[in-house]
Design a protein around this ligand. Sequence first.
Ligand code: AMP
Length: 121
Amino acid sequence: MAYDQNNVFAKILCGEIPCNKVYEDDHALAFHDINPQAPVHVLVIPKGEYISMADFTANAPADLVVGFMRAVGKVARDLGLDGPGYRTISNAGPNSHQEVPHLHIHILGGKPLGPMLDQTF
Ligand code: AMP
């Protein structure tokens, strides 16, 4: 599958549409989710054209992989989530209900989040 350069996160990265920014460095951009599912719901995206975690870890340069993952940890720490705890989620593909085809890690926290998934499978 080819990367869709018109996806909403590509447009946020190039500044074409705004975001509520939390953090930015050479490798990553973090911003508040527009439709939060928890009191804290931040998305972290890599600066590069990668669809999913599988695409990213197979094809991104090592410095970008490291920089992106460090940014995820830093954002969670800076949001004060390390002590109380939080959840990271990265959806990939149809079964996960991925809506935006640019790799993103959801950071969710700010309250007890309950079980990871519903148990009805
Ligand atoms: P996913 O289903 O994992 O692809 O998640 C996509 C997420 O992006 C959803 O939680 C949306 O609420 C969020 N989202 C979509 N458009 C925007 C936007 N313009 N700014 C911030 N978050 C967005």
